[in-house]
Ligand binder design. Structure first.
Ligand code: M6R
Length: 607
């Protein structure tokens, strides 16, 4: 995880770096730092805690003179989140400074080797080993580019790093292997960063760097090299469509709230150009050449995994495709049995989740096809997959994923319809009903979100002193119950478990008492009768219940929360934001840091 940025240009670099780090804080925020060269000296500023702590250390004097530098926001992997371990790290001579995202797996061996050569270390980090290794290579080769190439040849693991040298003010070297790194070309200024929003206010022209590529840049020139051979690599510039506002809070108190309220737009954007209203056909040109699978294996993590579980219900029902869903970190270490007609579907917002990437590598090693459902264009998962469908949710900044899941569900729904139609299983009436409901969905959701938020706030307050929660659902609402529980624990730190409603009596019901409430997703559908019985069992044990339901459910519980009603599976698009808002309002009431919950980072690029 961690976020890195480097800048070389005509502006004062420090404000550019700090602004970039602000937009990268979602990647880690337990310490931050930056370095630049001024008056032939390397200047280093680091602080533990949030970015404000670093800003407080930046006095306005000479920091404004530098026009190039590097910055870092950290999510600790090696060593405590304190100032000594914060990046940038310097080599022993304080000639080089380096920021790094990733893990050097053989850092201990390299550290021993360097110690044997007289190198001493100040921090516990693998990053300091990397900069000292490059410095060692520099002593031998006399060229930074060659020293980097030599060092990268020795290291095992993942990295995206940026390096500056006291002896070459204005020049920056950056390279990647299994961690994201994007180059941004401006006018008289150039950037590299872990993610595009870090330099989006300055340029939309980007180059997606590949593994084992090294970029050398200053304010006016840049060249990409193969990091092993140092042969120049020709790269094409792409212009991203993201707008700066999308990566800002836009008047909302938190990114999470903004992103929840963006969901009607997300649904519209995901549907745009995908449905032919006259014929009812679904357009997914990205998978035109991929026949409907005989079996689908979905691999993902966290919220994306919950979207995968939701997909299982839809695919099996509508397209009659048997579906397995697995957590990527489990899948990657299991033997893979290749099956004819099987397609592997990976789901990821960031496109950089290390476990999901490893799962893709395993699938490809066995020659099986991978379809990626991914939000970030140019991300590693998007590039590694054989076929990609982009979810078009726009930048998601809040660590707690909300609108990304909404977009994943829309695409999964379209994919189910598409494969059902290809298999001749989709009758005209169902297609028409689904399409008509989809068309009205964004408008209804838009109108209902403000009231949903008010209800979430009042129920959230009422139950905010609870230490634990159950979230229950049946059918497609079981994955949403898991998601509701994840959202609550992630940002409010209240312990919460999601369960299939019928499973409670097999053990967990032992926990129920008046202080252990349950939020049940219980819409008036064909499973309501079953859910009602499960809720009666809870009430018999004096458990309090919030029912997230719709008009006409006839439920008699402590709190009934009605949301609008639509056609079939699409009702999930009302339940999901209600669960997100419940977690959000509870966390806000409890005074938690909603966008940057403790111990977490947005993209989990380490194992
Ligand atoms: O970027 P991805 O969708 O691959 O990320 C997967 C999970 O890390 C992510 O969904 C995580 O669980 C979120 N913090 C949940 O809100």
């Amino acid at each position: 995880m961690c976020g890195i940025i480097a800048y070389s240009g005509h502006r004062p670099a420090v404000p550019v770096l700090v602004q970039g780090l602000k937009s990268l804080e979602y990647r880690g925020y337990d310490s931050a730092g930056l370095a630049f060269v001024h008056m032939e000296k390397l200047h280093l500023f680091r602080a533990s805690g949030k970015l404000e702590a670093l800003e407080a250390k930046l006095d306005s004097g000479h920091v404004l003179h530098a026009t190039s530098g590097i910055g870092h926001t950290r999510w600790a992997t090696h060593g405590l989140p304190n100032e000594v371990n914060a990046h940038p790290h310097l080599d022993v001579h304080a000639h080089l400074a380096l920021v790094h995202n990733g893990i050097i797996e053989n850092f201990q061996d390299l550290k021993n080797m360097l110690s044997g050569c007289g190198c001493s270390f100040r921090s516990e980090t693998d990053t300091e080993v990397l900069v000292c290794l490059i410095s060692h290579g520099l002593n031998q080769t006399g060229s930074i580019r060659e020293a980097i190439s030599w060092a990268l040849n020795l290291i095992e693991g993942s990295y995206a790093f940026a390096l500056i040298s006291k002896d070459h003010p204005g020049t920056i070297w950056a390279a990647r292997q299994a961690s994201p790194l994007i180059f941004g070309q401006g006018t008289g200024e150039n950037f590299v960063a872990s993610d595009i929003p870090a330099f989006l206010p300055f340029t939309k022209d980007v180059v997606f760097l590949e593994d084992n590529e090294l970029v050398e840049m200053n304010s006016s020139q840049w060249t990409v090299f193969n990091a092993s051979t140092l042969a120049p690599v020709s790269k094409s510039i792409q212009t991203v469509a993201w707008d700066v506002q999308a990566a800002r809070k836009g008047g909302y108190k938190h990114f999470m709230l903004k992103e929840i309220f963006e969901q009607p737009k997300v649904i519209r954007d995901c549907l745009s150009g995908r449905i032919d209203r006259k014929t009812g056909n679904i357009h997914l040109p990205e998978i035109e050449n991929l026949p409907a699978p005989g079996r689908l294996h979905i691999i993902a993590c966290g919220t994306s995994y919950h979207a995968g579980l939701w997909a299982k219900y839809l695919m099996e029902d509508m397209a009659r495709i048997p579906v397995d869903v697995e957590i990527a970190s489990e899948f990657r270490y299991k033997p893979l049995v290749p099956e004819q007609d099987k397609v592997y579907l990976t789901i990821s917002q960031s496109g950089e989740t290390a476990d999901t990437l490893a799962a893709i590598a395993l699938v490809k090693k066995h020659g099986m096809p991978v379809l990626g459902l991914c939000n970030v264009v140019g991300s590693s998962i998007a590039r590694e997959s054989d076929h990609v469908i982009f979810t078009q949710a726009g930048p998601e900044i809040s660590v707690a994923s909300t609108k990304a899941m909404c977009s994943q569900l829309v695409l999964i729904f379209l994919l189910s319809l598409y494969w059902a139609a290809r298999k001749g299983l989709l009758d005209r009436q169902t297609a028409e009903k689904a399409i008509a409901a989809f068309e009205t969905l964004p408008g209804i959701l838009e109108r209902s979100l403000p009231l949903m938020r008010e209800t979430a706030a009042s129920i959230g307050r009422k139950y905010s002193s609870s230490r634990s929660f159950f979230f229950l659902g049946r059918g497609i609402y079981f994955p949403l119950a898991l998601e509701g529980a994840l959202k609550l624990k992630e940002i409010s730190y209240i312990h919460a478990e999601g369960y299939a409603a019928g499973e409670l009596k097999h053990g967990p019901i032992a926990l129920i008492d008046p202080d252990f409430p349950t939020l049940a997703i219980a819409p008036p559908d064909h499973l309501l009768g079953k859910v009602k019985s499960n809720l009666k069992e809870i009430q018999a044990r004096k458990g309090r219940i919030i029912a997230l339901t719709q008009e006409g459910s006839g439920l008699e519980v402590d709190d009934t929360w009605n949301v609008p009603r639509t056609w079939g599976y699409l009702n999930s698009f009302f339940m999901l934001p209600a669960l997100q808002l419940f977690a959000y309002e509870t966390a806000v009431y409890l005074g938690k840091d909603v966008d940057q919950p403790r111990n977490l980072a947005k993209s989990v690029t380490v194992e």
